[in-house]
Design a protein around this ligand. Structure first.
Ligand SMILES: [Zn+2]
Length: 324
């Protein structure tokens, strides 16, 4: 089997696609057969490992490092119950195992034409980055303009520059033209970028009381009682309606001064599970700066800010450094 390591921030499913093309696999199951044969040749029992772990092992990375650097787990697993904070890629609960096993074949692919230009100049080819695939990211966080969607159900079997050359991409229509510096969505993007480097989620009981305190400071109700101004009402005032309609499936159900589960649940009890994007949106809306949101959701303000700034310009050879 021909092998290639993942590029910096390359999405696992895109790395899988590049491996498939490199090995002339038309169907993904042919690649899976090759992966299993490769691991068996190394004396490992492939059936012991989910596909994500198989990709990690043939890349010379531990499953934990591969999951942290090349999957959306740090973005989809922002907070958790006490005791459930195993490092990304090593979770043991049934739900988490299912998440690791899942290979997002049907995922919509996005790219940034300017990132592609820079990749071609620097590397001679381009790749799909995970920070173009986080829920709510209509823009490239590096170049701050709208992402383009790839018009194909098998987008990850070609590279972004190939889709651009074929004219099979179109800018996201519902995105504002640019990410407004210092606005709520700018804070949302900055917080999420810092979270991408986290190796595990934060504990809900640590962060939720702080979100509730920030909400109360803003005069927001945190109970489910009707006819009170709450987080989702503030969100409606400060976040563009087009973004809310595009990214929050239940937003059309929002009635002024009533509880909207997806948006308001992060301010309920610490046992209430909330979607990660809702937790990040709450931090972006309630806290006055991205830095404070990052500090809250990572517990390490200075380290998080350093990571966010370093990620804006990945150094040549950084993927090799991970393996070394
Ligand atoms: Zn870009």
């Amino acid at each position: 089997m021909l092998l290639t390591r993942p590029m910096p921030d390359e999405l696992a499913v895109a790395h899988e696609g590049r491996l498939a093309v490199l090995n002339d696999c038309v169907e993904v199951c042919a690649l899976y057969n090759l992966l299993e044969a490769e691991l068996a040749q190394r004396g490992l029992d492939p059936l012991r490992f989910p596909k994500l772990h198989q990709l990690a092992l043939v890349s010379g990375l531990t499953p934990h490092v591969y999951a942290r650097l090349h999957t959306l787990l740090p973005a989809t697993r922002v907070d958790c119950r006490d005791g459930d904070d195993a490092p990304h890629g090593t979770e043991t609960s049934r739900q988490s195992k299912a998440r690791i096993r899942r290979s997002p074949q049907t995922m919509q692919a996005y790219c940034c034409p300017t990132c592609v230009e820079e990749d071609l100049r620097e590397w001679g080819f381009s790749w799909f980055r995970r920070f173009h695939h986080i829920r709510g990211f209509d823009w490239c966080p590096v170049h701050r303009h709208a992402l383009s969607a790839v018009d194909s159900s098998s987008a990850f079997y070609k590279l972004p520059h190939q889709w651009l050359q074929e004219g099979r991409t179109s800018p996201i229509e519902t995105a504002e033209d640019e990410l407004v510096a210092g606005g709520v969505l700018d804070r949302y993007v900055s917080i999420y970028m810092a979270l991408l480097d986290r190796d595990r989620p934060v504990i809900r009981s640590v962060i939720r009381p702080k979100l509730v305190a920030a909400a109360k400071t803003r005069g927001l109700a945190t109970s489910t009682k009707p006819n009170l101004f709450r987080l989702s009402d503030l969100v409606a005032e400060v976040v563009p309606a087009r973004w809310l309609t595009r990214h929050i499936a239940s937003w059309h159900l929002k009635i002024p001064r009533t509880f909207l589960q997806h948006v308001d649940v992060p301010l309920r009890g610490v046992n209430d599970r909330a979607a990660s994007d809702a937790v990040v949106l709450a931090a972006a809306v309630l806290l006055p700066s991205a830095g404070e949101g990052i500090g809250l959701l990572t517990g390490s303000l200075s380290a998080a800010l350093q990571v966010a700034s370093a990620r804006r310009a990945p150094a040549r050879g950084s993927s090799e450094a991970v393996v070394a």
